[in-house]
Design a protein around this ligand. Structure first.
Ligand code: NAP
Length: 483
């Protein structure tokens, strides 16, 4: 299956923080791949901006090195030479007045203008103000802001208010790279482009939903940064909330940015406060070879969670009585992200009970090996009478879609192209972010005000014992964490 590449309009993209880790690992390699795919016009310009003093050629060499490292291309790849020809650089300190005139002079009339804020959020205000003050942006310019978008409702609101002084909501692209993943978008296709699932997609037929984002890595190397955040801020408030919304939302009237985001917002607003007994926090322990969370965080008294599991209820007609269980953590058994929808058992079985599980389960794998797996009951083959067995209808997108499916664009590639196209569907709207913080804030505050320590869990395990009990209490079990 050949995926179509539709070129975007000619653009000038300025990357603030172009010398940083995200630009090197994701943004520049992503742009390169889209260029090679034929999606970026040769006339487009990508302008790096950061404090480091260097000229265009030095930045081109820096970008080429990053692309060789992170996009896996050869140094002398002719595409790399063509691509770096698009690049330029202007030295700018976000907090100073130098360099802005030079940047303005580089922007071409008639091209789409986008500004990627790949810098610490504390610099967003300085950059927004100066872009506006120096007349570099107008009402058509687009800005892209990275996560974290605030650390609570108050800071997110302040950020929104500050950006709103210079930009309209239609100009602001808040990145949650989870939304750029192929399978995450496929959630909407599966739900709303097939008749099969939607009639069953409610509390009458779905017993519960499990959303798991498990990592094998710890926080070593960025421990002191992570320690100020924790799993709820780092994963639940943004990525997992977005996944939950896509599973739980009502069908939008059209696949249109505001229609989709209106429906997601309704889900967030319908989330019930989480009971303290419905949440488990954990910290990974040292395992003899590698340090535990407290050492990695360089904070022996830290109560920040590297793991969280919670039971979430959605207060609306569709989901009344169907809990959503969320869990995410570091240093777990395998690296995997998946959503599992467990249906209810048929109301009456005409077959003798063989003890086999009878509930259908739909598992959507976000990583690794993106795909879907639907567990269905069939007759066990053979002459031994009517015995039932549950088998998976397994579809890996890479297999089903051929080499093109295996070579799917990275989330950042897709999202940056959406910015140039002016499509905000996969970006979080300001009110959505605020609603998500309004729901997570009391959970975080109650924890911070309390004295309890996170539950210890072994590195390489499935998380703390308490999290297992959270499920057992409801006569349910977590799915095994495996790659
Ligand atoms: P980083 O490696 O620390 O890079 C920061 C960049 O900002 C550098 O290019 C730095 O260049 C520039 N900078 C710092 N102070 C500046 C100033 N006063 N004026 C202009 N430029 C300045 O950070 P990062 O990891 O790339 O992260 C960038 C943003 O993306 C952050 O908001 C982060 O939370 C977010 N993010 C990163 C990742 C990731 O995987 N790295 C993932 C998700 C979100 P100079 O020193 O040359 O000025």
């Amino acid at each position: 299956m050949v995926s179509r590449v539709i070129p975007v309009e000619d653009f000038d993209l300025v990357i603030f923080g172009a010398t940083g880790d995200l630009a090197h690992r994701k943004i520049l390699p992503g742009l390169f791949r889209r260029f090679v795919a034929g999606q970026i016009p040769e006339t487009s310009r990508i302008i790096g901006a950061a404090r480091t003093e260097q000229d265009d050629d030095a930045f081109r060499a820096e970008a080429a090195k990053a692309i060789v490292e992170f996009a896996g291309v050869k140094k002398n790849d002719p595409d790399l030479v063509r691509f770096t020809g698009l690049l330029g650089y202007t030295a700018i300190d976000a907090k100073g007045e130098g360099g802005w005139k030079a940047l303005k002079a580089r922007m071409r009339k008639g091209a789409v203008h986008a500004f990627y804020f790949s810098v610490a959020p504390s610099l967003f205000g300085d950059i927004a103000e100066r872009l506006h003050g120096h007349g570099i942006t107008d009402k058509h310019s687009r800005i892209v802001v990275e996560k974290p978008f605030g650390r609570d409702l108050e800071t997110a609101r302040a950020l929104n208010t500050m950006l709103a002084q210079h930009f309209r909501e239609q100009q602001i692209y808040r990145i949650d790279h989870y939304l750029g993943k192929e399978t995450v978008q496929n959630l909407m296709a599966v739900r709303f482009a097939n008749i099969l699932f939607e009639p069953l997609w409610n509390a009458q037929f779905i017993d519960h939903v499990q959303i798991t984002v498990a990592e094998t890595v710890g926080v070593s190397g960025r421990g002191s940064y992570y320690d100020k955040s924790g799993a709820i801020r780092d994963m639940v408030q943004n990525h997992m909330m977005q996944l939950l919304c896509l599973i739980a939302m009502e069908p939008p009237y059209h696949f249109d940015p505001n229609a989709v985001r209106d429906e997601k917002l309704k889900v967030i607003r319908a989330l019930e406060p989480v009971e303290p007994s419905d949440i488990v926090r954990g910290q990974y322990q040292p395992d003899g070879k590698e340090p535990g969370y407290l050492e990695d965080a360089e904070n022996p008294d830290s109560r920040t969670e590297s793991y969280v599991a919670m039971k979430v209820r959605i207060s609306n007609w569709r989901w009344q009585g169907t809990p959503f269980y969320l869990r995410t953590g570091k240093k777990l058994r395998a690296r995997t992200s998946e959503i599992a929808i467990t249906f209810k058992e048929p109301p009456h079985s005409i077959f003798d009970d063989t003890g086999a599980p009878r509930a259908n389960e739909l598992v959507i794998r976000l990583q690794p090996n993106e795909g879907m797996n639907l567990k269905v009951m069939i007759k066990e083959p053979g002459p031994g009478g009517m015995r039932l067995v549950q088998v998976p209808l397994d579809m890996s997108f890479a297999d089903a879609l051929g080499p093109e499916g295996a070579d799917m664009p990275d989330a950042y590639e897709r999202l940056i192209m959406d910015v140039i196209r002016g499509n905000q569907t996969l970006f979080m709207r300001g009110d959505e972010v605020e609603a998500a913080w309004a729901w997570t804030d009391p959970i975080i505050r109650a924890w911070e005000d309390g004295k309890q320590r996170p539950e210890p869990y072994d590195a390489g395990s499935s998380g703390p014992e308490e999290a297992l009990r959270l499920m057992h209490r409801d006569n349910r079990r977590w799915r095994e964490i495996r790659a």
